[in-house]
Design a protein around this ligand. Structure first.
Ligand code: HEM
Length: 401
């Protein structure tokens, strides 16, 4: 990017705990004191904080590739598309894309999302005011939707959520905790059993699922298995966090919420602002595989970087007044779904289930929906960031089956 290369500034003051607790002040200080690309010893990676620098890295996979030796995702679930570059990645990705196009989401999956929404909304209503939105709605709704899209609905949302958590924990198991690997092995065994049955079923009767799309694109079976597990790993946590983040953000901005309730089509546009403002994935790891100068810093093959999309999504050069939440903001590309060849495959599925179903349904049926204590919400996480709970209340229940 920049012509003049220097050695990177060194931010020895950054701790992993500070990033997990509250990363925004850390990003702000990093940028103010060190610039857009800075070495962070506690994470052993260069942090890339600026929007253009992150976008450059995402759009140049011949220079910034998925992580190699330290790639725990591959160890956890097998050689999936997220761990590869093109052309191998493209073969797997195009097979999966068939099941996740906007038209397929609209025609095949929105009715399923709607049915799941009604089902789990009933649980929230039964639990009554004070219900935890994370446990009673967001987790089961996201996991049931994912089970359907992937092609293993009979596994049930609770198993899919358990596997997802085990895969994510193993993918981040830098301390090599043997219990985490043991749970990952159990989750693999259980998931594989369902995948085996589903492969036989879709071979006989094709359907709209991801699994069916991969099988009928003639992907080798080990790749069908690994990519199904990749979707399980990546397709529950972030939608779950986004649902809850949105409810919190709308309650925090009641005028915007009331405009959205008056015209629920706006929730789809609000989706992009929620994931920009409270990005459920804050950072994406990459390995440098060719010499490059980024943000004035020279990087060499073997270096590892953290694309801090949570910081890039608050970059004032891309988003005017970036810390303001504005559900009606003029749309500009953000990096909450990554970018380039690994841009999230579940973007449309997420937008559909949350912007078209979850938020309109929750706000239409639970009149006056809001957190019990809006100030008490506490986010955690640096790679994956979200709320562990959000007790909610409401004034009245409207309509319903
Ligand atoms: C709000 C919800 C979601 C967010 C914020 C999100 C975010 C992301 C991000 C940032 C990446 C890139 C990771 C990297 O480059 O290392 C990614 C990749 C991916 N996501 Fe999502 N995701 C979401 C939902 C989903 C869902 C519902 C599915 C499954 C239906 C899914 C499937 C995938 C897959 C398969 C990839 C790998 C794509 C590739 O390597 O080409 N995601 N996601």
């Amino acid at each position: 990017m920049s012509a003049v290369a220097t050695s990177a500034p060194d931010a020895a003051w950054v701790t992993l705990n500070a990033l997990i607790d509250d990363p925004l002040p850390v990003y702000a200080r990093l940028r103010a004191e060190h610039g857009e690309v800075v070495w962070v010893p506690s994470v052993q990676r260069y942090f890339v904080l600026g929007f253009e620098a992150c976008r450059f890295a995402e759009n140049n996979p011949d220079t910034f590739a998925p992580l190699g030796g330290r790639n725990l995702v591959r160890k956890a679930i097998g050689p999936n598309m997220l761990t590869k570059g093109d052309p191998e990645h493209a073969v797997e990705r195009s097979a999966v894309n068939r099941a996740l196009r906007p038209k397929t989401i609209e025609q095949s999956w929105l009715p399923v999302f709607q049915e799941n929404g009604e089902r789990f909304l009933a649980d929230v209503i039964e639990a009554g005011p004070g219900a935890d939105l994370v446990q009673s709605f967001a987790i089961p709704f996201a996991a049931a939707n994912l089970a359907a899209i992937v092609g293993i609905p009979e596994a049930g949302w609770a198993a899919v959520q358990r596997w997802s958590s085990a895969f994510i924990a193993a993918s981040g198991n830098l301390l090599n905790d043997p219990d985490v690997w043991a749970a990952n092995e159990r989750a693999n065994a259980e998931a594989e059993e369902h995948i085996t049955d589903a492969i036989a079923r879709v071979k006989a009767v094709p359907d709209q699922s991801m699994l069916s799309a991969m099988v009928h694109a003639d992907l080798p079976e080990f790749l069908v298995r690994a990519n199904t597990k990749l979707a399980i790993a990546g397709g529950v946590n972030e939608p779950q966090h986004t649902i809850v983040n949105g409810v919190w953000a709308f309650a925090r901005h009641p005028e915007q919420r009331d405009r959205l309730i008056a015209d629920p089509a706006g929730f789809v546009g609000a989706f992009d602002e929620v994931v920009r403002w409270l990005s459920p994935i804050q950072s994406i790891g990459r390995a440098v595989i060719a010499p490059v100068t980024l943000g004035g810093v020279s990087l060499r093959p073997g270096d590892e970087v953290m694309l801090v999309v949570g910081a890039a999504n608050r970059d004032p050069s891309q988003f005017p007044d970036p810390h303001r939440f504005d559900a009606f903001r003029t749309r500009k590309p953000h990096l909450a779904f990554g970018g380039g060849i690994h841009l999230c495959a579940g973007t449309w599925a997420s937008k559909g289930q949350i912007g078209r179903v979850a938020w309109p349904l929750l706000h239409e049926r639970l009149v006056g929906l809001r957190p019990v204590d809006i100030e008490a919400a506490r986010w955690r996480g640096f790679t994956f960031r979200g709320l562990e709970q959000l007790p909610v209340t409401w004034d009245d229940v409207r309509g319903g089956a």
